[in-house]
Design a protein around this ligand. Structure first.
Ligand code: HXC
Length: 519
């Protein structure tokens, strides 16, 4: 054997050493700093997310090709991103996890190509893609190669959209154009260490003179309460991973499958609690999440965007083990009226459920669209229309349950029979009307009221007459806007039965490239 030829033993030892070195990312000091900062490392996050020993790394040995700005020969382990395949609760996913200890997790050309390749594997295998972000953005040393890499990631995000679920975890900085990849995905989970913005505080100060901290500008609370960019806030990295696993449990792996059905005990016994949650007085508030919790399996409801447009509640639950998307007016916020943000929030959620074969249950208690100059100037017509569009275009099973008020355009916008609901149930408290009786009397009977000797008594009499004619579930059932009037306590039983019978629903629409939802 010649002296230059290494033994297999030597080669294996070399391989192991290389592997260890690359897996150490930016080195012990930087890894320790990451831990000291209260963050998990890129590899720890992957370990936390996936089933033990299930991770198959792809591209550990990838190298950048940059020769300028001190990059010639520079070791950039895994090019700053851990990518590959793994299982989560036994189901395959593909993932990328940016390593902040390596050049600040910055995205060079090869880094982004690795991410895009993992995404393509998601698409080809029909499996969700999870992107854990922690990065200083485009790798400055790589200039437009880095920009081009991002472009490929965005393009691939769009190609995956509606085919496989995409979930972004934001566990550190995610600034500039980098924020657009999460924005193109279906769900954004932000930790309290994360910040997202297109232009940071310094640039804003230079351009507009406004002064703001990075946290106030782009922290998790901001993106939950103000921008609607975040769908979940996580206390820390482990909480983010936990939320991601929980979310995945409600979703199918791709648009050709149903969400996994969980074993259940078949219990649909009446729940008397439902007879008391909703006050019979139409103007008294309550928390509609109590209604949802009372109909789903084990009261387990995963609310999406819980701190944004809180007048509309959306999220996932299960009925007899089947994933269901819930949309509900929240009477304790703005009386449940639909405003611009609520309409946008609901429409996005409805379209997600439709894309991934998750049936929709809509609980209605809505006085109408929110009146106001800012709402009109802001385009409530355009944004409210999104709900009409989203429900009409949706072909998954759609079940509407009218709890109490259901007035006017908002009645239609909440997934009514006329917009294609497969079942409409009404509680005895339901009032379906073109508008509230008080308003209707003002318009139709103004003269009668004005000329009456006792105006107040006349108004009250006419209001009562209008109410008893239109504002009952039986009037709506008579006109077939309602399929059945049910006892609140039996709601879960009716939903379970309808979901079972509608399970195989197939609905064809005329072929076209895509409809034009009013954006
Ligand atoms: C190259 C980067 C980098 C980047 C950080 N680093 N961001 N290297 N390209 N974009 C490096 C730092 O030089 C440093 O290296 C290490 O990562 C850690 O960074 P620190 O600054 O020490 O960390 P910290 O104090 O925690 O601050 C993190 C940070 C800050 C807030 C993210 O690094 C930062 O502001 N970075 C620049 C952000 C930015 O402007 N990105 C470019 C945006 S352009 P050493 O070796 O010193 O430890 C863009 C356009 C994309 O994204 C368009 C796509 C469509």
């Amino acid at each position: 054997m010649s002296a230059e030829v290494k033994t297999m033993e030597q080669l294996v030892a070399e391989l192991r050493a290389r592997r260890e070195q690359l897996k150490a990312g930016g080195g012990a000091d930087r890894l320790a700093k990451q831990t000291k900062d209260g963050k998990r490392t890129a590899r720890e996050r992957v370990d936390d997310l996936v089933d033990p020993d299930s991770f198959e790394e792809i591209g550990l040995f990838a190298r950048h090709r940059q020769t300028e700005f001190g990059m010639l020969g520079k070791e950039v382990p895994a090019d700053g991103v851990v990518t590959g395949a793994a299982t989560v609760d036994g189901r395959l996913v593909h993932l990328a996890s940016q390593d902040f200890t390596v050049l600040g997790g910055s995205a060079g050309e090869v880094h982004s190509l690795k991410v895009a390749e993992a995404m393509e594997l998601s698409l080809h295998t029909g499996t969700p893609f999870v992107f854990i972000n922690d990065s200083g953005g485009a790798r400055v040393q790589e200039g437009i190669d880095s920009l081009s890499g991002y472009g490929k990631v965005f393009f691939t995000n769009v190609s995956l959209s509606g085919a496989v679920p995409q979930i972004s975890l934001i566990c550190g900085p995610c600034a500039g154009g980098a924020a657009y990849s999460p924005a193109l995905t279906d769900f954004v989970i932000m930790t309290r260490k994360a910040q997202m913005f297109i232009t940071g505080p310094q640039v804003i100060k230079q351009v507009t003179g406004e002064q703001i901290t990075a946290e106030a500008l782009g922290g998790a609370e901001t993106h939950m309460a103000h921008s609607g960019v975040a769908h979940f806030i996580a206390e820390d990295d482990q909480d983010a991973v936990h939320t991601c696993r929980r979310l995945l449990s409600f979703l199918p792996s791709n648009n050709l499958e149903d969400a996994p059905r969980i074993e259940n005990d078949g219990d649909v016994d009446p729940n008397p609690e439902l007879n008391t949650i909703v006050p019979v007085e139409p103007k008294r508030g309550y928390d509609v999440r109590d209604v949802i919790a009372a109909v789903v399996d084990q009261g387990d409801f995963l609310e999406v965007q819980s701190g944004y447009a809180m007048n509309m509640v959306v999220g996932f639950g299960r009925i007899l083990g089947r994933s269901v998307g819930f949309v509900a007016n929240q009477p304790q916020v703005l009386s449940g009226a639909i405003d611009i943000n609520a309409a946008t929030k609901a429409s996005r959620f409805i379209r997600f459920c439709n894309a991934f074969n998750i049936p929709l249950v809509t609980f209605v208690d809505v006085p109408g669209f929110l009146p106001g100059v800012q709402q009109e100037y802001g385009g409530i017509i355009r944004h409210g229309a999104k709900m009409l569009f989203a429900y009409s275009a949706t072909t998954v099973p759609k079940i509407q349950v009218i709890l109490r008020k259901s007035y006017g355009g908002a009645h239609l916008a909440m997934g009514s029979k006329d917009l294609g609901a497969d079942r409409v149930f009404a509680w005895p408290t339901a009032e379906v009307a073109v508008m509230g009786a008080e308003g209707a009397v003002e318009i139709v009977f103004r003269k009668e009221v004005e000329t009456a000797t006792d105006k107040a008594a006349k108004r009250a009499e006419l209001i009562q007459e209008y109410k008893s004619t239109f504002s009952t579930p039986y009037a709506a059932a008579g006109r077939r806007l309602v399929d059945d009037v049910i006892e609140p306590a039996d709601t879960r039983k009716h939903l379970a039965q309808a979901l079972e019978y509608l399970h195989a629903k197939r609905e064809q629409r005329p072929p076209k490239k895509h409809g034009l939802i009013p954006l």
